[in-house]
Design a protein around this ligand. Sequence first.
Ligand code: UDP
Ligand code: MG
Length: 311
Amino acid sequence: MHSISVVVPMYNEEANVRPLYEAVTRVLKKMGRKYEIVVANDGSTDATLPRLKELAHKDSHFHVVSLSRRFGQTQAFQAGIDAAQGDIIVTMDGDLQNDPEDIPALVDMLEKGRYGVVSGWRYERKDPFAKRFFSKLQTGMMRKLTGVDIHDSVCALKAYRADALKSVRLYGEMHRYIPALIASKGYSVGEMKVRHHARRFGKTKYGARRLFKGFLDLLYVKFWTDFSTRPLHAFGSIGVGMAALGTLIAAYKVLIQKLLFGVPLDVGPLLLLSVMLILLGFQIVIFGFLAEIIIRIYYQSSKERTYTIAE
Ligand code: UDP
Ligand code: MG
């Protein structure tokens, strides 16, 4: 039987430490497997850390990683994931908006379905309209851009095979797009309806600014999953396209207008445009070569492989 690690990020959640610990422990005990709970304290400034430590002291299933300052939810997740030892990693928020009672079913689906990840879908979400709207928008864009077909990528409650989750690194605010990253490694992505509750203690740590950053992260995920092993294809096609267009314009000006119809060659906007397109196009192609060199250095100096082995 697979062992389970539940990973939870916490920033100033003092009132949630105990209720979360009790609720998650109750569920995991019932499952009767080897388990641990790893809470990553994201530089909290309230009593979160002492309360976590107190629990870790009493219960050997309960572990705390404490970051030196607030690095953000994504980095807190990554720290917890790095510390987790289970074969299956379940991630969830620390404010009990996700329901620990959903964990057994998530794990069951993950194991039976040979998925890399089973993502929670908060089909009856207890959040303000604006939040629901923007998170739908984000998931929708992710679906369009990456083709990963789930309804609620933003939901933190997810169950992963540890090897799948540990095959990706998280930057920026991109824990929301882990399913897309994992899918690009060839793992399949499943989805399950989960419960969702309104926040009972403490308050939300996020405002609207997160949305814009989240969008940039999505672009990065798209670029990385499509072109990380062959950036020249991305830069090359744009660059060659521009240079070709510039050459066409120049050919039209010189060959057709001047040689065929005898129109004198003026340095007008069209010719300027053509020269710019050609020069920029070449530059972008050269950028592509540079990116190729950088990516080779990256793969050689990191543990990350350009492929994933299934068996
Ligand atoms: N969180 C964190 N670091 C941050 C912001 C949030 O570790 O910089 C944690 C927070 O303590 C909670 C989870 O991430 O456990 C989700 O945050 P929140 O509930 O504020 O987000 P919301 O549910 O409002 O989207
Ligand atoms: Mg919340």
